[in-house]
Design a protein around this ligand. Sequence first.
Ligand code: PMP
Length: 385
Amino acid sequence: MEKTPRSFIREILKTTERSEVISFAGGLPNPSLFAVEALATAAQDVMADAGRAALQYSTTEGYLPLREFIAERYRQRLGLSVNPDEILITNGSQQCLDLIGKIFLNPGDPILIERPGYLGAIQAFSLYEPAFRPVPLLDDGPDIGYLKAMQEEAPARLFYGVPNAQNPSGITYSEEKRRAVAAALAGTGTIFVEDDAYGELRFDGRRLPPIRRYLDDATIITGSFSKIVTPGLRIGWVAAPGEILEQITVAKQASDLHSNTLAQRIIARYLETNDIDAHIERITRVYRAHRDLMIAAIEEEFPEGVRYTRPDGGMFLWVTLPEGCSTMRLLEIALQENVAFVPGRAFYVDGGGDTAMRLNFSNASEEGIVEGIRRLGTAISTFVR
Ligand code: PMP
């Protein structure tokens, strides 16, 4: 436990519960987009039609119709052939990271992770005391030269990455980078953990092939209904080759027997009886508008010399202030102004990120985005003069 960082974000979220605080800190979906009525109907129907099964213990692998839906969607969206038997339903995709850590990582095992990297993954894997090897993330994906050099030193056990609209940077790997990552890992024994939490939330450009397409059996994909249906029901999944999935299944059995039976059936029913593509289209339309609004406000309110990413999906953008401007210090000033964000430092396992910060654009209202960026701009100007 001593080696496992507390989640910065959950700590900041506590201070942002006050209603006057505009928070760009959390990674919350916008609750105005939750399909409350449709989910209520699905819940009622499940209870009426199959209440006893829905309230019973169930299999560790999860509800078969839901796994079939996920497999079919992989086929339709990504042209990926995944058998429902290669899918296991988890308690949010966060649980996948814990289970993967549990079965793969012994203390000191090398694991590659993006720099900056997803804090929840850093936390989950830290419990197993691996040797983190951060790979710098460039505008179009990981630094391949660096990755190759690391692999030559000693191949890692795992490479954990988020190729679509990465958390925290908002960066999406280009197609060339996907091929190059696969080529750098092929034949080395390293398994790529492809976290696709945001793949469905794509605003611009065409959908890019998953890395699994190029690496096949050396890939584990994780997915989630959190960003496209609801995070509160805590339903995610992992898709992995048979042998790996068997081990994950045993690890899950030991940990919690199975995921919530009722929640799995409610989501399955909701997906059967509603048009999920239309729903995702509604979400992406709102998030795209929020991203555009936040960027326009940044251009207006932030002083010169501030850089930012322009994410083509997801929920976050990444801002870098000029040299010497500490975002830890900025956070103190910003909180006095009732605006919050996550300082970049939280996403680095080896120090760094001092001048960076992550801004969430999905959760705040349009007025909140404009006002919050105005307040942040004022706070930043106290440094950059
Ligand atoms: N992976 C990434 C990259 C995330 O941003 C998140 C949510 N913050 C998760 C996994 C976990 O989400 P969930 O457990 O709700 O599926």
